[in-house]
Design a protein around this ligand. Structure first.
Ligand code: ASP
Length: 307
């Protein structure tokens, strides 16, 4: 189906983002970071590229930005390491790839795409995933590349406790993600994260779990989530949005609202998601105080916001 419509949306995490913690300078740095990601994805769509290329490119831009908890700037585990999760999915053929607990890989989302395209598997973790990254000549970085002093301080404050914290102490979830519709009517989604500060036991959240943090199906929608991962896994959030559309005939908007503002709230799951359908409708929906987000449809101006 040729729609000629193009849409892209990105997120950089959701949570209690209190205005007093964000100076004007930091706020504009976040908005700029989001816009750069939107523009990177939009440029690909505008030139006739695929939704898959667009979401990957947008997420790479966010992974390379220290402000967000993904790639460079990922949070610290209990052992003072960075262990990252990512996933990607294509709506036209339900192909998907995901990685969990990977270290030192510059762009985990690129590796998740390699899992999808270069192996017959969907989900790889740890050393095995890193072995694939070596085989595909992906870029590895030393631990100091991922270092961010703000996140280091967050970890120092709680590393001797049992507490696990979602990114900022004010409960900001800094995961990143993108969804897109290309001119051929195909949709895709990608998500990437450093997970939770002080995480242990190789904890993995919803981000790399297809159906929980990421999902795409041309019949319904493409979804990328951010929030308290355990709740998103238990609610199978991304797939639930798709199911409400497929089986109950919900619109994209109604499906997102039902899952984020009703079902998740009932079990105490804080966060949000971005979603697109094949008509180019976009939803950027959250039940927290804010969500770093941005979007651009066709040739309209990009819109980026936080609260
Ligand atoms: N959902 C992510 C996780 O639980 C965190 C986030 O969205 O920031 O790992």
């Amino acid at each position: 189906m040729m729609t000629n419509k193009i849409s892209i949306a990105v997120h950089g995490g959701a949570g209690t983002i209190s205005k007093k913690l964000l100076t004007e300078e930091i706020e504009s740095a976040y908005l700029k970071g989001l816009k750069l990601a939107v523009d990177a994805g939009h440029k690909i769509l505008k030139e006739g590229g695929t939704a898959l290329d667009a979401v990957e490119a947008a997420v790479v831009v966010l992974e390379n930005n220290t402000l967000f908890n993904a790639g460079k700037g990922s949070v610290f585990t209990n052992q003072g390491l960075h262990e990252m999760d990512a996933s990607i999915m294509e709506g036209k053929n339900l192909m998907a790839g995901a990685v969990a607990g990977v270290r030192n890989i510059k762009n985990p989302v690129v590796l998740s795409r390699k899992v999808m395209e270069e192996t017959e598997h969907v989900f790889l973790c740890g050393l095995g995933a890193e072995e694939l990254a070596h085989k595909c000549n992906l870029e590895f970085m030393s631990p100091d590349y991922f270092f961010d002093s703000f996140r280091h301080d967050q970890w120092i404050a709680i590393r001797d406790t049992e507490t696990t914290q979602l990114d900022h102490s004010d409960k900001k979830f800094g995961t990143v993600g993108a969804v897109a519709l290309d001119a051929n009517g195909n949709i895709a989604a990608a998500t990437s994260t450093g997970g939770m500060t002080n995480k242990r036991y190789n904890r993995i959240g919803d981000t790399p779990i297809i159906g929980a943090g990421t999902y795409a199906n041309n019949k319904t929608c493409a979804v990328s989530c951010t929030g308290h991962g355990e709740f998103f896994i238990r609610s199978v959030v991304a797939y639930d949005v798709s199911c409400l559309m497929e089986y109950k005939g919900y619109s994209l908007k109604d499906a997102c609202n039902e899952v984020v503002k009703n079902k998740l709230v009932k079990i105490g799951g804080e966060g949000g998601l971005i979603a697109v359908d094949t008509k180019g409708n976009l939803e950027l929906c959250f039940n927290s105080e804010g969500m770093y987000r941005g979007y651009k449809q066709n040739d309209e101006e990009a819109v980026c916001s936080i609260y």
